[in-house]
Design a binder for this molecule. Structure first.
Ligand code: GAP
Length: 488
């Protein structure tokens, strides 16, 4: 079993090396909102690009779109988010802190012996599935669950709390009293559903086909204190796969397997993942599961695969009055006639980009003891897959003179057209290597006096820390090849 990593150490590393900063930090930050720094933004982009290429370029029948964050408010009525996108909450009267009921109970489970904890979870799941708020309150009382801040069990009743952010559209509130309220989208999926006909018609898409998109989503999360695991502003990478009714089970299983295979292609061992089937299905689903990754905070959802039936398209058809149908002229072997008109069913795959980032960086983060009998030594290294690393190559002249910087810059200008390079001439070579290790740069080359004589350089490998001499002219191709995406 891989050893557990320390989330606080990873958070500190992300800040120190320019991956992630608290949002508007000079004003003491904004809870559950984060900014990506110079290396974080690049790593995040590389994960997004890999997802995008895997989902669109590698599938003849999946195309990508980029829908707006603001959508007509009726969208959220139709999708069920106005009425149903809420969590049962409970407030502690003494601390005034609000908790999501399932999180409060789950935290208590962690303090119980395994058998007792599992029994409590089973009871909680059954009550959640029934929306039995009185039963949930009774369960909290029965287990004497206390607020971690006040230490008391002085709870209010359990209530629903909508997670969507609302804002005004236009300059001021409408004079005629009309409601100008719009929501920041809580999922990207609806931008795909409302464009189903546009894409199907203009792309002449034949079922089964998919529409993919990446973009920001917003949720007013109540318990939001797990770094980028649960944020109020985050990014999703979603794909809605439109299919013939009756085939959803088959496609659900296919996409479950395909998405896990994508995770494994990141070089993360299978033992770090597990599936979790949902006991309580969302209002739109007939089957749903999570792919869970073993985060430093334990196994948690990184991606969801949901069989959403025809719920969304049917709802949009009803609320918009526009037909959301597809004419399938394939022959149904049962009747010998075309399948004809129907509202397609949908299987979606939905992964949080920030959670994928936390997964990738948690997996890569290593504290290594390099001590020998002579001296103590250690390093922090990010063993990122080369194709995801924000920088691919560190280029270092051994000294700042004798024409070495010029040679190094020449190499840099040649390579930077193909991949991200970093030039550095300050400090000892050892220190420079360690900085590149901490950022996860898979290759460094040092240009020294021998380079001038025989046109070779020392290349140093991040993970093994071994070094070898290679021709200067071979560096670009060597690095480009090693950093290619795994499917190429
Ligand atoms: N369209 C379906 C949907 O949105 P979801 O399970 O609510 O499903 C999908 O969200 C994914 O989005 C999750 O698996 C998670 O990775 C990510 N996600 C959800 N809420 C998040 C939050 N508050 N912060 C970061 N990521 C979040």
């Amino acid at each position: 079993m891989p050893k557990t990593k320390d989330l606080q150490a990873i958070i500190g590393h992300c800040k120190e090396y320019g991956f992630i900063f608290p949002s508007s930090e000079i004003y003491d930050g904004l809870s559950a909102v984060y900014d990506y720094g110079q290396y974080g933004a690049q790593l995040k982009k590389n994960i997004r690009d890999y997802w995008w290429l895997s989902m669109t370029q590698l599938h003849e029948n999946i195309v990508g779109i980029d829908a707006a964050i603001f959508m007509h408010p009726t969208t959220w009525k139709a999708s069920g988010h106005v009425d149903n996108f809420s969590d049962p909450m409970i407030d502690n009267r003494d601390s005034k802190k609000r908790y999501r009921v399932d999180h409060l109970i789950e935290n208590h489970v962690a303090t119980l012996p395994e058998d007792e904890g599992n029994a409590l979870l089973t009871r909680m799941d059954a009550l959640l599935a029934e929306d039995d708020f009185v039963g949930l309150k009774n369960l909290i009382d029965e287990y004497h669950i206390k607020c971690s801040v006040s230490g008391t069990a002085n709870w209010t009743d359990v209530r629903q709390f909508n997670l969507m952010f609302r804002t005004e559209f236009g300059a001021v509130a409408a004079e005629d009293g009309a409601d100008n309220g719009v929501f920041l989208r809580p999922e990207t999926a609806q931008g795909i559903f409302v464009n189903f006909l546009n894409v199907q018609k203009t792309g002449r898409m034949k079922i089964p086909f998919g529409i993919a998109q990446t973009g920001k989503a917003f949720r007013n999360e109540i318990v939001a204190r797990q770094f980028i695991f649960r944020m109020r502003e985050f990014e999703q990478m979603e794909m809605q796969f439109f299919l013939r009714p009756g085939t959803q089970k088959e496609w659900y299983e296919k996409w479950k397997a395909a998405r896990l295979a994508w995770h494994l292609s990141l070089g993360i061992p299978a033992a770090q993942y597990r599936y979790h089937d949902h006991a309580k299905l969302a209002h739109y689903a007939d089957a749903a599961c999570d792919i869970e990754y073993n985060f430093p905070i334990g196994f948690k959802e990184v991606e969801g695969i949901h069989s959403r039936t025809d719920f969304d398209l049917r709802q949009h058809q009803e609320y918009s009055g526009k037909k959301m149908q597809y004419f399938d002229n394939d022959i149904d072997p049962q009747t010998g006639k075309p399948y004809g008109n129907y509202i397609p069913y949908v299987v979606e795959t939905s992964i949080g980009l920030d959670r994928a980032f936390l997964m990738v960086i948690s997996e890569a983060y290593e504290e290594e003891d390099l001590s020998t009998e002579e001296k103590k030594d250690e390093r922090v290294v990010l063993k990122l897959p080369a194709f995801l690393a924000p920088l691919k190559l560190g280029i270092m002249p051994l000294t700042k003179k004798d024409g070495l910087p010029e040679l190094a810059r020449e190499l840099m200008h040649d390579c930077m057209k193909q991949f991200m390079c970093f030039y550095e001439e300050k400090d000892s070579i050892g220190k420079r290597y360690r900085r590149m290790d901490a950022i996860g740069t898979p290759f460094c080359v040092t240009i020294d006096h021998q380079t001038k004589e025989d046109q070779t350089v020392t290349i140093r490998y991040r993970d093994s820390m071994t070094q070898e001499r290679v021709p200067l002219a071979a560096v670009k191709d060597l690095v480009a090849k090693a950093c290619a995406m795994p499917f190429s």
